[in-house]
Design a protein around this ligand. Sequence first.
Ligand code: ATP
Ligand code: MG
Length: 266
Amino acid sequence: MSNGTHVDDRHPRAESIRTRERLTHHVGTRVLALAGLIAHGRGEAFDYMLGEATTEPAKRAITAAAAAMLLAEHPVISVNGNAAALCAEDMVRLSRATGAKLEVNLFHRQPGREEAIEAVLREAGAEEVLGVGDAATARINEIHSDRRTVDPRGIYVADVVLVPLEDGDRAEALVRMGKTVIAVDLNPLSRTAQYASITIVDNLVRAAPLLVSEAERLKGFGADELHGILSSYSNSEALGESMRIMEERLHALSRKGVYLRIDGEE
Ligand code: ATP
Ligand code: MG
């Protein structure tokens, strides 16, 4: 995975720099479109406001998401370039824990990209990858980008779809088709975050392993218990709380007039 640069662990932003290196490396492998880098930058800005940690509402959303995936008849994990570059192993583990199928679905279907993403997923242990090349024969007409092309065995028939880093256009269309849409998006104001049935406002890098462990923990639960978890979850409440956390943090920091070195932060 390395692109030759070494980041010193003592660097205060070592983790963020390593993540960026993974993404830039994957521009070279064609997994990531250049626009994926811009999307990541937008996400990082919101992560500053969140405090770069998984919040309580995000944890509740993760639990609800795991329950929804386990209850689903046809759960599907939609994988784009950012998700493949950031957490291919976790997506494969999540598919094993929940029985969800993995499907490549891209906003920018450039030649060779689907295959490059499939290769990353297979290297991470995936046995089946939907949506690649001729397999994506179904169309969702409400969607106005390359994302409309889907696999008839996957997103097309899915009842629950996990769409990490989604575009709002498709999230809305999938919800309108009656599907439960789970999104991971650091920006609670994005159309994706607003339209999704379950919105995990967290960095995908932190949320993905938590989603796997939560799915593994809930696997032993009965359907009634899982339904109970889902019915007690309110996405609008969780979204509102995420926004309040950002608002309160900004408010507290702005009162002091400085950001650097407050509360031991960088
Ligand atoms: P909308 O959802 O309003 O239509 P968009 O989907 O067009 O917006 P993009 O920039 O394409 O906007 O989507 C990227 C989204 O993914 C951004 O909202 C950004 O906050 C989020 N994002 C980027 N990187 C991450 C990450 N590592 N973890 C979680 N969310 C991320
Ligand atoms: Mg979006």
